[in-house]
Design a protein around this ligand. Sequence first.
Ligand code: PLP
Length: 563
Amino acid sequence: MNIALGCDHGGFPIKAAVLDALRGRGAAVEDLGCFDTHSVDYPDYARDVCARIVDGRAARGVLICTTGTGMSIAANRFSGIRAAVCDTEERARRGRTHNDLNVLVLSGGCITPEQAAAITRAWLETPYEGLEPGNERHARRLQQIEVAGRLSEFATLGPADPEIHAAIADHVAQEDSTINLIASENYVSRAVREAQGSVLTNKYAEGYPGKRWYGGCNPVDTVERLAIERACRLFGAEHANVQPHCGSSANMAVYFAMLQPGDTILAMSLDQGGHLTHGSPVNFSGRLFNIEAYRVSPETEQLDYDALEAQAVACKPRLIVAGASAYSRTLDFPRFRAIADRVGALLMVDMAHIAGLVAGGAHPSPVPFADFVTSTTHKTLRGPRSGIVLCRQQYAQALDKTVFPGLQGGPLEHTTAAKAVCFREAMSPAFADYARQVVANARTLAACLQEDGFKIVSGGTDNHLMLVNVAASGLTGKEASAALDQAGIIANKNTIPFDTKSPFVTSGIRLGTPSVTTRGMGEHEMRRIGGWIVEILRHVGDTDLQQRIRRDVTELTRAFPVP
Ligand code: PLP
């Protein structure tokens, strides 16, 4: 086992005994100093030891100062470090079995070298018990520490700006205690949050890696190269631009790279599931381009590819957009390609909603079929709030020139770093399991609602979301989502195809499973949640019922903490 060892002048007198104890039991020790009794600052040594543990160079660490107090405080500032002073062998053993103590802190001024050696051996040789059956309480409590750590992530903001601090703390509490069924949201990992909240926000980096307008860009060049390389590898793309600030600007970049104002775009109508940037008259897309909107079949509520083809032949678009914000069925990308080829159009797939499913293999990939693939990174993909564009190499230069200097100035390299972290996470086998579970959970939730008589648009779901036609049950989407909200179940009202109500009222609600699946919930929990939704929607005015379910929701969320 690799152990990092650090001490200050007060710890130095017992260090040799600790080193011997560690090496005598086969540990590979990196001795980071100090090396005599001249006065030094203990935080420097705590930092060096803990940095090695958090980046994986060392499995555990030992820190020694006069009392152990300063070293403990300094070490515990690092997330993922569990450090405590141990002055007896029993404390060291308990620290391991119960608390998975990964940093042993010793007090050079209070114990003898012989005691230090014995304590060190006890700590080194005792395993953590929290993963054994019957000892789950230890793992649960350690997890609680990590969850509470969400508050520590912005602790210095408290005194600096109490109002903003309070609002963020409220959001943490809301995330912790409610069930989030908003299909376009997710909970990012702490690693993504750390990259997003990093000092890279300080850097200007107009241009691209190796060709910047500013000095001092080497670290951000590394970040952006990694993000590009990972995005290409994750999705099998020839080229990636990772600078768009969001999904809307990713779409704008493709339109501006390939189209002239007035060109025709064939895209899904907003009121049928498309996105604002697919040609809504209030959006730049609808104001600058000639939009032909395609719709779903009134009978099946699914895309009718024959009708789409006939429409494309009639309107001869320069660009066809596939992709939606509220469509629950698998998109047939080969068919979209064939239609685009028949009419000589470019094909852009906006996979914002399904990007995580594509990455995890739970939805077919658009990349082999599309000229451009745009995406947000914050929905099923579980990254920071941002955007990307993937394209064929032949369009790379036009795309890059359009993003910068065409549309944007300096890229947000802290967000780029967070995107790179998210792409790495999305390449893991665990993410493929996650993507599969998101779909399985959505299917189960839809089936529960259908069994109880609720109408799901298009008859079901193949992906992470569903539209529930609540008008068929005598409700509006507005009433339904407000009632669910009272019980701590967060969803959004949504128009359904051929809706007769305004977008502020709507006939539907949209439900999605990316967030609950990130919390580790499975089909059993979906059946419970489905049951609650049915009860609430059957009795929308029953506030007692809402309060009872609110208590059940709180209990369920406690068992599935937000990462
Ligand atoms: N494209 C689709 C399909 C979306 O659903 C969304 C957002 O909901 C976007 C693009 C735009 O993303 P952003 O809100 O990051 O601009």
